[in-house]
Design a protein around this ligand. Sequence first.
Ligand code: HEM
Length: 130
Amino acid sequence: MTNLYDDIGGAAALEAAISSLYGRIINDAEINGFFTGVDVVSQRGKMEKFLRLAFSGKAQNAEVYMREAHKRLAAKGLNDGHFDRVAGHLQAVLEELGVAPAHQAQIMAAVGSLRDAVLNRATVVDLATA
Ligand code: HEM
């Protein structure tokens, strides 16, 4: 089986997606405050990591990493509405790039699986054992 990253166009698709996603996030007044003080070069690198995670379809393996990366933002009030906006921008980018609907669904499911980690909430497993 080929992997999702290659299927959607590999490095070229990634490059195009980074520019588009970055522009959308930075121009979105609802969320761009969280990016204040994060420099452009470093942010593009982070955006690339973001998309590699999403495109791999294996984002669930990144839970601990995502929890750490966004801890500071959770303390600043990061919430479901902010998460939905970022996810919405990603969905728009995938549509714009002409990614096949089945792959879009796979990518959005992978990203959605990171919601609790990004928002620094207890996972379902933690609640079940609490
Ligand atoms: C599933 C959704 C998300 C994914 C996959 C994701 C991915 C990432 C990655 C890979 C990094 C870089 C971590 C590192 O330093 O190595 C990062 C950092 C960051 N993310 Fe996200 N992110 C998500 C959601 C969000 C949301 C909803 C926001 C805010 C609206 C956000 C804002 C940021 C900011 C500001 C940083 C930089 C933090 C810092 O430098 O202190 N992210 N994210």
